[in-house]
Design a protein around this ligand. Structure first.
Ligand SMILES: Cc1cc2nc3c(=O)[nH]c(=O)nc-3n(C[C@H](O)[C@H](O)[C@H](O)COP(=O)(O)OP(=O)(O)OC[C@H]3O[C@@H](n4cnc5c(N)ncnc54)[C@H](O)[C@@H]3O)c2cc1C
Length: 290
């Protein structure tokens, strides 16, 4: 099938893009096109105007400071291959290894992944795990959206039609933290049925002082397993504590769809949380200087 008719626009500057988003009725941003184009071609989505932001300067790049800031148009392959990011936040590259295929990562962007907001998207999970702030701009000015306030419904981000994501900030755990991102999908490169990401940081006494666990694919948005995180805090993340946190993952609400039942998703959440926490614990420096 072919997309229904639309007008194509290619702004050269951010101001021009924002102007188009404000004035054109029924406009959608085109980033990597890896989700929008199939949606248009299959006629799941209908638009009057496509605003292609691929020629707009200043929307890509990775800056590592106290937080990590990634420009919206940064390609997934650049994020995956960035050595400084891999050293500071290895869980990001681990998650990106599961995103689509080489050719989809060559075009796909982090802003597009968050704009599309598939419930099982790994980068949406990473944003939730790492307490992301989504930086948004429109002609009305900039806005910062905490990831907790970002999902408004199924594949519905907290974005007005005239707004564009310009970057994402991630809050990394302390240096030396352990990490893991694992998923179960029907085939490699497919969206996950369930994915689990975790980071664990330990103090000098070997006790957990920062625990983060995210479950993806369970509902309309990734879910932080807050009770499991609280349970691990102050422990040495010994096997019994990990088992207890994994047990909590099996008790979360989950959806049923053509891929898997609610019961199977909850089972997967428990198994993957157990594996991910065990792996993260093994990778952590446990408060020792590395
Ligand atoms: C075969 C295949 C397998 C895939 N497998 C996976 C997978 O396993 N995991 C996964 O997460 N994804 C997967 N994807 C999707 C892929 O990662 C896309 O790259 C991603 O979902 C969208 O990124 P994009 O840059 O291509 O965005 P586009 O397709 O250009 O846009 C997607 C949506 O986001 C909006 N948007 C784009 N940029 C912005 C912005 N800056 N501000 C506001 N809105 C914006 C668009 O208007 C559109 O609604 C797969 C895609 C394909 C084709």
């Amino acid at each position: 099938m072919k997309a229904s008719r639309f007008d194509y626009h290619r702004p050269a500057t951010r101001a021009e893009a924002l102007d188009m988003l404000q004035t054109l009725e029924g406009a959608k941003i085109l980033a990597g096109g890896q989700s929008l184009v199939p949606m248009l071609n299959m006629r799941y989505a209908f638009v009057d105007h496509v605003v292609d932001i691929n020629r707009v300067d200043g929307l890509s790049g990775i800056e590592i400071g106290g937080n990590v800031r990634i420009g919206a148009m940064t390609r997934q392959r650049h994020i995956l291959a960035d050595p400084a990011l891999k050293a500071r936040l290895p869980v990001v590259a681990a998650a990106l290894g599961f995103v689509g295929h080489l050719h989809t990562r060559n075009r796909g962007t982090i802003g597009g992944s968050l704009g599309h907001m598939d419930p099982a998207a790994e980068l949406f999970g990473i944003a939730t795990l790492l307490d992301a702030t989504i930086h948004v701009e429109s002609k009305r000015g900039p806005r910062a959206v905490a990831i907790a306030d970002y999902p408004q419904g199924y594949m519905t981000p907290n974005l007005d039609p005239d707004e564009m994501i310009v970057g994402i900030s991630l809050a990394p755990p302390a240096e030396g933290h352990g990490w893991s991102f694992i998923e179960f999908a029907q085939r490699h490169g497919d969206f996950a049925v369930v994915a689990v990401g975790t980071t664990l940081a330990f103090d000098a006494a070997g006790k957990v002082n920062d625990a983060r666990i995210v479950l993806c694919g369970m509902g309309i948005a990734p879910l932080r397993l807050a009770a499991g995180e609280a349970l691990l805090m102050g422990t040495a993340a010994e096997p019994a504590a990990i088992a207890a946190a994994a047990d909590l993952a099996t008790r979360q609400d989950a959806m049923s769809d053509a891929l898997a039942s609610e019961r199977y998703r909850r089972h997967l959440a428990g198994v993957l949380t157990h594996r991910a926490l065990t792996e993260a614990r093994a990778r952590a420096s446990h408060g020792k200087v590395q």
